[in-house]
Ligand binder design. Structure first.
Ligand SMILES: Cc1cc2nc3c(=O)[nH]c(=O)nc-3n(C[C@H](O)[C@H](O)[C@H](O)COP(=O)(O)OP(=O)(O)OC[C@H]3O[C@@H](n4cnc5c(N)ncnc54)[C@H](O)[C@@H]3O)c2cc1C
Length: 339
């Protein structure tokens, strides 16, 4: 295995999934300093099975079973798609989504990765200058996606619900992600509403009984912004950029953990196993482009045509159409609403 020859230490900005994955990929090959604060809130996040499978097969091809062991998410087999007046339910033997816990608690993906780095990486709870780091995993800098989520405790659900309604998520959707006795109700909005409005809309949905047939009282909220764009070369000066900082983001679903983990891994690996920054840059690009470029482009185009133009009537039509098709079972909505 060829180790880095002119870089004794890799400096990483950001302690999210991209930064932690970059540190894990590089650990053992060189010293690591990772800057940033641990995630304070605990909340479940989902990734699609297709994405998870790509991540696992990529890690297998790099013989990183140590990382695969850390990724032991909770499988979800049921999904329910909803519009204002229709519902369709889908159940599969194979998982449809995998769910991880984020945050500072035991079993969260953050804690599992941080503990596995103990003694191999220095964690510095501070911000760093992004231009002086080797890997920028500092999250989105611009934004065109608003994400706000509410964590509800002591409620059991075994399905992911996805609700398309512009009234509650402007040009987007609301989904609920189950994990044990918690659910995370996440509103993803591609519209121009400001972040405070998206939280207000989510609160009104949780009080309305329209998505869950009961009023829900969240324990806490998690809000944030994301940025999707079709990424150019994700490098700046002598810094490799990964995760949301590089625009790696599923523009259709508002999901970014898959892209953050896989590009973080690639950046960490490239820097720790090459002899110079220019070699690392070439290796990084050679890894992400064939695997992700086409996906990113397709997702971007889908988003532009789908969410930008769809009204609630379009969502009603689509959900009605998929009912009864390809294993989707139609369910009539119990409650109707004003729009
Ligand atoms: C409410 C919400 C729910 C979401 N749910 C899902 C989901 O279910 N599934 C999914 O796949 N995706 C989800 N996403 C998107 C997902 O969270 C992001 O795509 C993912 O976290 C990106 O990872 P990252 O490591 O690139 O960046 P981040 O997770 O944003 O981490 C970057 C870190 O770097 C820190 N930082 C910034 N500047 C500096 C600096 N100068 N020095 C040091 N540190 C710095 C930031 O504070 C942050 O902690 C959600 C997003 C939101 C807002």
């Amino acid at each position: 295995m060829k180790h880095i020859i002119n870089m004794k230490e890799i400096k990483i900005a950001g302690r999210g999934p991209a930064g932690l994955m970059a540190a894990t990929a590089a650990s053992g090959a060189c010293g690591i300093r990772i800057y940033g604060f641990p995630e304070r809130r605990t909340y479940p996040v989902a990734i699609r099975k297709e994405d998870f499978d790509v991540l696992i097969s990529f890690l297998k091809s790099k013989k990183r079973s140590d990382i695969i062991k850390l990724l032991s998410p909770f499988p979800v087999h049921k999904a329910r798609k909803m519009s204002p007046h229709h519902e369709a339910s889908f159940e599969s033997k194979d998982p449809i989504f995998y769910v991880f816990l984020r945050g500072n608690t035991k079993n969260s993906i953050d804690s599992l990765f941080s503990s596995s780095l103990s003694g191999k990486a220095e964690f510095i709870e501070d911000k760093t200058n992004l231009d002086n780091c080797d890997i920028d995993a500092s999250g989105p800098k611009r934004f065109n996606v608003l994400g706000t989520g509410a964590v509800i405790e002591d409620i059991r659900s075994d399905e992911i619900k996805i609700y398309y309604n512009n009234r509650y998520a402007d040009k987007g959707y609301v989904c609920s992600i189950p994990f044990g006795k918690k659910i995370f109700v996440l509103s993803v909005s591609f519209g121009t509403a400001n972040i405070n409005k998206s939280t207000e809309k989510l609160k009104s949905l949780l009080k309305s009984e329209t998505m869950f047939n009961e009023r829900l009282e969240p324990s806490y909220y998690v809000t944030g912004k994301e940025n999707y764009f079709y990424p150019p070369v994700p490098c700046r000066g002598n810094t490799l950029i990964c995760g949301s900082a590089g625009g790696f983001f599923d523009a259709t679903r508002g999901f970014g953990h898959f892209y953050a983990m896989i590009t973080g891994f690639m950046a960490g690996l490239a820097l720790s196993h090459t002899g110079s920054f220019s070699e690392a840059k070439k290796e990084y690009i050679a890894m992400w482009k064939p695997l992700l470029q086409e996906r990113l482009k397709t997702e971007f185009e889908k988003r532009v045509s789908f969410f930008n133009s769809f009204t609630n009537n379009d969502y009603d039509r689509i959900i009605k159409e998929i009912s009864g098709k390809s294993n989707y079972v139609s369910i009539s909505r119990q409650k109707t609403q004003s729009d």
